[in-house]
Design a protein around this ligand. Structure first.
Ligand code: F6R
Length: 245
């Protein structure tokens, strides 16, 4: 594995969540007014729970933070139970003292997605770029909703979801038919412009793709493999996800 990648292997999901939360908290303490990139999905839920507890016990202050989420389904109403806006409210933003005006998530209701993408990149730029980006990894190697084959040079983009992602995310919806077929996602180039990246990875279902991403060839067919080119990546995996490394 590349030496620019720091890897922590933790015993299980809870230990992974604890470790990732500690790394995140240290970054906030080092730069309380920093710009932080957030991910949704099942993997970071435990970390968000630990961060909420840190806030409740007075150990972590979110008030200076600016937040940009990676992605949002399109089309989907902001207040839909499955929107990433709702997810972030429930899992973190609604639980801590972050300033709502400084939280940003792509607009799943945008009439003109191309325009929304440009505006999102402009907001990130105006905020000074992302200091610290949290990522998960899809079963097919996607990061954000950059599916296999997406160009490494893309900034925020309106993208189709592959069938494997639709099926995998159907667990959160009433049925696969309800999963939106598109998303607005920060692009690979945008993700790579973050100054530091923290990727969480859990479960045996991610073991093969984590190995391919970290130890295989760097290719758009495995979007997360681009992280091998980033200078400051930390991976926190549980034992089952790290089994093939
Ligand atoms: C979520 C995101 C996705 C997820 C990935 C893994 O904002 O960008 O790339 O990180 O789909 O999802 P889980 O954690 O549900 O396995």
């Amino acid at each position: 594995m590349h030496s620019n990648i720091k890897l922590f292997v933790e015993a299980d999901y809870d230990a992974m969540s604890q470790k990732a939360a500690e790394i995140f908290a240290a970054a906030v303490q080092a730069k309380p007014g920093g710009v932080f990139g957030f991910a949704t999905g099942g993997t970071p839920v435990g970390m968000y729970r630990v961060l909420t507890q840190m806030y409740q016990s007075g150990k972590l202050d979110f008030s200076g933070l600016t937040a940009f989420n990676l992605d949002e389904y399109h089309p989907l109403k902001r207040d839909d139970a499955q929107s990433y806006y709702t997810f972030m409210q429930e899992q973190l933003f609604g639980q801590v003292n972050i300033d709502a005006a400084k939280t940003h998530i792509p607009n799943g209701e945008a009439q003109n997605p191309a325009h929304e993408c440009e505006a999102y990149d402009k907001m990130i730029e105006d905020a000074g770029g992302i200091d610290f980006q949290i990522l998960g990894i899809g079963a097919n190697g996607h990061i954000g909703f950059n599916e296999p084959g997406e160009s490494f040079s893309a900034r925020t983009a309106y993208v189709p979801l592959t069938e494997i992602t639709v099926q995998s995310n159907a667990r959160f919806f009433a049925s696969a038919d309800e999963v939106p077929r598109h998303a607005i996602t920060m692009g690979i180039r945008g993700i790579m412009m973050s100054r530091r990246i923290l990727m969480l990875c859990s479960g045996e279902g991610k073991a093969a793709i984590l190995r391919d991403a970290l130890c295989g060839p760097i290719t758009p067919l495995v979007p997360a493999s681009v992280l091998q080119l980033h200078r400051d990546v930390t991976i926190v995996a549980d034992k089952s996800a790290a089994a093939l490394l």
